[in-house]
Ligand binder design. Sequence first.
Ligand SMILES: CCCC/C=C/CC(=O)SCCNC(=O)CCNC(=O)[C@H](O)C(C)(C)COP(=O)(O)OP(=O)(O)OC[C@H]1O[C@@H](n2cnc3c(N)ncnc32)[C@H](O)[C@@H]1OP(=O)(O)O
Length: 289
Amino acid sequence: MNFSRLIKNCSIPSRWLLANNIRYQSSSAAQNLIQVDINEETGVSVVSLNRKPVNSLSLELFKDFCGVMDDLEREKVRGMVLKSSCDNVFSSGLDITELYPNPSEERFEAFWLWFQESWLKLYASSFPTVAFVNGHAPAGGCVFAISCEYRLMLPYYKIGLNEAPVGIVATEWVMNSLRAVLPGKNAERLLTSGRLLDTQEAFDIGLIDQIVNNEEEAMARSEEFFATFDNVPKLARALTKQVYRKNDLNQLIKNRSSDAKQFLNHILRPETQKIIGSYFKSLKDRKKD
Ligand SMILES: CCCC/C=C/CC(=O)SCCNC(=O)CCNC(=O)[C@H](O)C(C)(C)COP(=O)(O)OP(=O)(O)OC[C@H]1O[C@@H](n2cnc3c(N)ncnc32)[C@H](O)[C@@H]1OP(=O)(O)O
């Protein structure tokens, strides 16, 4: 498996991704997997995940997401709100068909490296980021949310890191992102139990920052969050964030290849494949009941 070649093609930015140099030809322009709406008046960009029906996260979606993040860095947007354009689902997490049955090494290595790249770009973005969790956000969906700086969520949905029950071990960089939001024993319990929390529970333990009742309210709260930085020089804010997050970022940047290999080895274990397979089957069977 030639990880170093792939990593060279992905960016490992020298200055926490402020100097974006990744270029790609979108393989999915026709599908429009990510929608971007920049408000010229406020400078705020609303980025909507748009992979119907449930925003499961595929290689193509990650590539397009990275392209959008690069564009927003170049445009020097004032802030980004990340949401979903699917009904009732923010994101259903990694597309299980990327993991099961037995993915090819070539596809998996590209998939994983673009997932890493998406996290790096989001976690280290120079502009402020808000996740508007307007639907369920299990597993990889929650990873997107906790990588943002502020989380708003609609009532009656579920959020959490349910990797363990699906037979998957969350990687260290995912654990670090959770620890940055939820310190101490709550983070560990959430990971080891894999329990999904409803909106109120997520708010009570601090996984989300505010509960909002509709999109209008979400945009108003986001604006208030962005306004807290209006008097802070952009570069100083960005560097403060990136230095604060440096250890988490470095942990992945230094270990991209081994992280991918480890995850692939785990996924390809027959017992892991079996658990993911029966989980996937139960998802499909749910509809028949
Ligand atoms: C290394 C650690 C870091 C990150 C690792 C993460 C691992 C993962 O992310 S694994 C994925 C974990 N995701 C889940 O456990 C969520 C599974 N999905 C659901 O619980 C539900 O789909 C939902 C609550 C999100 C939405 O429910 P809803 O009733 O609205 O829709 P469904 O009918 O269930 O789904 C529609 C359609 O989509 C298929 N599907 C759902 N999720 C996924 C997925 N993650 N990957 C692939 N496909 C998915 C579902 O089977 C349905 O397909 P059919 O229409 O063909 O039946």
